[in-house]
Design a protein. Sequence first.
Length: 79
Amino acid sequence: MSDPDATWQDHAACIDTAVDFFPARGESLAAARAICRACPVADQCLDYALDHGIKHGVWGGTSERDRRTLRKARRTVTA
């Protein structure tokens, strides 16, 4: 792992699953979100995606649209 801050990934519930966390537009996110709900590091996963500007896929149980909203809220709070 190249990012020392990403050691949480070793404990992610998705690490050994065949669920698609990068579904095509219009495909269901339900299976990925179900894995995230049971994941012990979902919060760290979401923070990682937000901190690194990751726009694609399901991270910490959130969609691309969810994270866009969260990024806007973060900017408002810090401004």
